[in-house]
Design a protein around this ligand. Structure first.
Ligand SMILES: [Zn+2]
Length: 450
């Protein structure tokens, strides 16, 4: 189902003067978005999408609201560019958030409160911050008649936190026309500062994502009385198999994306990079090291277990579910390493799998990297950009099926002691107010350059 939300003529005369520090409006907009309860599966996605549509309409930008199911709303808007012959840039975002338990938080997770220089609440980093920055930039530009260099397609997806099934995946399958002409996209997952040493920062732009799979392991044997000698006990066999899944059972594979990040870190840190021992460079990355480390290997973690029905009966089977993150395009290699680590006592069944985001054959678009680098340097003179691989997943995995090259670029200059990754889906999720101002100004600059 669709609903047209028409905006007024772009570039219309606006009587309300735009303030000098217009980028600060992103904080109030982000706070408003946080106060809208868009916890996944709840009723808030449509209300939030309608609020964004009204915001854009007031700025003179029309939108189309589409729904995969009632209430599961995705909004798509087109903003004209100075040069209509250029391919539009897709800015892909999501309005849903993961749930939050208020009793675990220092502030109410839907408060959108500003305290101690931070804006607090669920979605403050994932990813209502970027939604607010983009809305603020588009409003400022359209009202001021300052169109971006190329046209924009803004997508505000539903259901990203459930793998995008009712959001981006649905839209790619059922409404590919919404993204017509788009060859590149920016979105969440990269662009934040990683301090290497004082005054030296890398802003990793994610150009690849690991794939994901859920696998079921089953060990089987005849049920038996628990008083017997019985090494075939499926619970023991399964336990031994999953006990073998330590990270060192998976080989180090240095992909070009992670190599570039580690080489840049070594260059800024003044140490030599050893491609035979890439893990030696991880410590330069501080709190980013964990993310980079998981980009060097396939991983598999047991996350669910099930067996038995009475303590004195050895059951006939035991099962475990694995959450697997494999380097994109290397499924067969992952399965070979996994099977070797598990041994031959268990059956393996695939429950679900996504492809991840595989880098393009001829490497990432250099024009986008150049524009991102210049835009960042206009606000942080020492900024260096690098590619990297995200160990989690985003809607980019769906959009690449339309031939759209996706980049994680949500520019944020963060305090050096902030463990940014711990805030994603975490307790006390919050964004520094200054970082939100920074991202708004950098994205604005980026739209002139790219
Ligand atoms: Zn997200």
């Amino acid at each position: 189902m669709t609903a047209e939300v028409q905006g007024a003529e772009v570039g219309r005369d606006q009587s309300n003067a735009v303030g000098d520090r217009w980028w600060e409006d992103a904080v109030a907009t982000c706070s408003t978005l946080i106060r809208m309860d868009t916890q996944i599966g709840g009723p808030g996605e449509r209300a939030a999408a309608e609020w964004v549509a009204t915001f854009l309409s007031d700025a003179g930008v029309g939108s189309e609201l589409v729904e995969s199911e009632p209430g599961r709303s995705t909004l798509v808007s087109r903003v004209p560019g100075q040069d209509p012959t250029l391919d539009p840039l897709l800015v892909q975002m999501h309005l849903d958030v993961v749930p939050a338990q208020p009793h675990e938080w220092s502030v109410h997770p839907l408060s959108g409160e500003v305290r101690d220089g931070y804006l607090w609440g669920r979605g403050a980093v994932d990813m209502k911050n970027m939604v607010a920055s983009v809305l603020t930039v588009v409003q400022e530009r359209v009202r001021g008649g300052r169109l971006p260099r190329r046209p924009l397609v803004l997508a505000f997806f539903a259901d990203e936190e459930n793998a995008g099934v009712l959001g981006a995946e649905w839209a790619v399958q059922h409404r590919p026309d919404l993204f017509e002409g788009c060859r590149t996209a920016i979105g969440e997952g990269g662009g934040y500062s990683v301090p290497i040493r004082p005054g030296e920062r890398i802003y990793p732009i994610h150009t690849a994502e690991k794939g994901w799979a859920a696998l079921e392991l089953t060990a089987r044997a005849a049920p038996a009385h628990a008083s017997r000698l019985y090494d075939d006990n499926p619970v023991r066999v399964l336990g031994e198999a999953i006990g073998g899944l330590t990270h060192d059972r998976f080989a180090v594979h240095l992909t070009p994306q992670v190599e570039q990040l580690l080489r840049t870190a070594c260059e800024l840190g003044g140490v030599a990079f050893d491609p035979d021992h890439p893990e030696a460079a991880l410590s330069l990355l501080g709190t980013e090291a964990g993310n980079a480390a998981s980009g060097l290997r396939h991983t598999a973690h047991a996350t669910r277990l099930s067996a038995g029905y009475q303590s004195n009966v050895i059951p006939g089977s035991a099962t475990a579910e694995l959450d697997c993150r494999y380097l994109p395009g290397r499924w067969d290699e992952f399965r070979a390493e996994l099977d070797a680590a598990l041994g031959d006592g268990v059956e393996v069944r695939e429950l679900a799998r996504t492809a991840g985001l595989a880098p393009t054959a001829d490497g990432p678009d250099p024009a986008l990297f150049s524009a991102a680098s210049q835009a960042l340097q206009s606000e942080d003179a020492t900024a260096r950009v690098s590619s990297f691989m995200l160990s989690g997943g985003t809607d980019a995995t769906h959009l690449q099926r339309l031939g759209i090259e996706c980049f994680g670029f949500n520019p944020l200059l963060l305090p050096e002691d902030l463990d940014f990754w711990s805030l994603f889906h975490g307790i006390d999720e919050r964004i520094p107010v200054e970082a939100l101002h920074f991202s708004t100004r950098v994205l604005d600059r980026f739209l002139d350059l790219y």
